[in-house]
Write a protein that binds this ligand. Structure first.
Ligand code: ADP
Ligand code: MG
Length: 461
């Protein structure tokens, strides 16, 4: 490739980083520019999954970057690691071919006119690998089960059924299973689709009177991964067909992985026999992550985008967003945009500006002093004890609550809060917040007490 073309690629990367920072990933550095050939910038991805992701998710912004850098109306073409650049152009009518390239939906049947098109398979996001999945108490079992299935599909847990609220990592785990099996065995036929696509495909197959084709597509598969299976609720005929598909695959020792927003028995109007099929393997839950896990996720998501987030800023993000990891990722995006707009690195102040939170000083929030006094008063302990070095049991919990409230209602850093409460370091503060949060989620009395204290704190300012 000629040097000017490499310069174009470097210009594009620079453009993307400033104009579309949230699209950028660390691994863009591994994309190899092959040069501008016949009006198209050819870019080689280091795996088919990366290529497919780029094609599906980044085509428009890459083209915009290219046109902005060159000032010419050029196009973009993504190429896989082993593909020659003279290969066939992709376009309409190549669905089967494309699906095959993707490696996750190779049914091998080229659709003829009037034939049933294969269903929409889901794009695999190369970011959703096990290596980027942060393991904590909330997801340890689901993660271990997914790892086991990925290592030995068909012979560990079958089916694997992962359930949990939205945004807690089900899709991430499902895709990590797909990515790992694909890596270990490039020839494995893996169908990964949403339950909605399954239902749509089924309905179309019936309408087109092509059930044979439908069944064929599902029969020749090593691994079937269906996301959001609760979509089957109240769809009787689809349930019936799914039951047969399931049995066929199950009897042939093919791996089935399912996700849902509820455990099998709680999915409304799911037939008993389907429920018991789901339960014959392993049913496992992903729960809301604790503070440490959330902090680690913030850092991992930031790193994936090439963004450095110091501890106290990560902790601020993780205390602002507590239940949904997708929102946590959204918060990282906000940080990234703020850092890019303001042209400065991420620190606690930037995190507070970007996500809100009480001002550190001079604002309308309570001071840390007032919080400590309120807590001391409430528990009938001495302020000097709360701020002291000693650790008697009667003081430990009030002190943790003080730290917890100070974190939520002031802009002080973890270090400052630790310092105020008896010269403790930031890990003690993180531990305190985590302990109080964890206990409050199961202990109604404590959570009522916290609510009362929060009200008092809000009043005293
Ligand atoms: P679900 O399918 O349960 O609704 P997703 O798998 O789509 O949730 O997860 C939402 C977002 O949170 C994704 O960006 C995912 O990568 C991220 N995420 C969830 N759990 C984790 C984890 N343990 N480590 C890293 N990222 C996570
Ligand atoms: Mg999902």
């Amino acid at each position: 490739m000629s040097d000017p073309d490499r310069g174009v690629w470097e210009g594009m990367l620079g453009y993307l980083r400033t104009q579309h920072p949230t699209v950028c990933r660390q691994w863009f550095d591994e994309i190899e520019p092959l040069g501008i050939i016949a009006g198209m910038m050819h870019l080689r991805a280091h795996s088919m999954v990366h290529k497919e992701y780029l094609r599906r998710s980044c085509g428009d912004v890459f083209r915009e970057a290219l046109q902005s850098v060159t000032g010419h109306l050029l196009g973009i073409r993504f190429v896989g690691p082993d593909e020659s650049i003279g290969g066939p152009e992709e376009g309409a009518g190549m669905l089967t071919h494309r699906a095959k390239e993707n490696g996750f939906a190779s049914n091998g049947v080229r659709s003829k006119a009037g034939d049933l098109e294969p269903p929409d398979t889901l794009a695999i996001n190369p970011d959703y690998d096990f290596s980027s999945f942060v393991v904590g108490p909330s997801n340890r079992y689901a993660h271990a089960a997914a790892m086991a299935v990925a290592g030995q599909p068909g012979s560990s847990y079958n089916p694997l059924f992962i359930h949990g609220d939205v945004g807690l990592g089900k899709t991430h785990l499902l895709q990590a299973v797909c990515l790992t099996i694909r890596r270990n065995n490039p020839d494995a036929v893996i169908h990964y689709l949403s339950c909605e696509s399954f239902v749509t495909y089924f309905t179309e197959a019936i309408r087109a009177n092509q059930m044979a084709q439908f069944r064929h597509w599902f029969r020749d598969v090593d691994v079937l991964v269906l996301d959001d299976i609760h979509f089957l609720a109240s769809r009787e005929r689809s349930q019936e067909e799914f039951f047969h598909t399931f049995n066929t695959l199950y009897q042939a020792n093919k791996q089935i992985v399912l996700s849902s927003d509820a455990p099998p028995e709680e999915i409304p109007s799911l037939e008993d026999r389907v429920v018991s099929r789901f339960k014959c393997g392993l049913v496992t839950q992903v729960e809301a992550p604790d503070l440490d896990t959330r902090i680690a996720i913030v850092k991992s998501k930031a790193l994936q985008r090439g963004l450095l987030v110091p501890d106290d800023a990560a902790c601020h993000v993780a205390t602002r967003v507590t239940r949904n990891i997708r929102e946590l990722e959204g918060a990282v995006t906000k940080l990234q945009i703020a850092a890019s707009v303001e042209g400065r690195p991420v620190d606690l102040d930037l995190a507070i500006d970007a996500l809100g939170g009480e001002p550190r000083t001079g604002g309308s929030g309570p001071t840390i002093q007032l919080i400590a006094e309120t807590v001391a008063d409430f528990f009938n302990v001495r302020l000097t004890d709360l701020q002291g070095k000693r650790k008697p049991r009667s003081i430990a919990q009030p002190r943790q609550i003080g730290m917890f409230l100070a974190r939520r209602h002031t802009r002080h850093s973890l270090e400052e809060i630790g310092g105020f409460f008896g010269g403790r370091d930031h890990t003690t503060v993180i531990h305190a917040i985590k302990t109080i949060e964890g206990k409050a989620s199961t202990d109604a009395q404590l959570s009522a007490l916290l609510a009362e204290l929060e009200q008092k704190v809000a009043k005293v300012k």
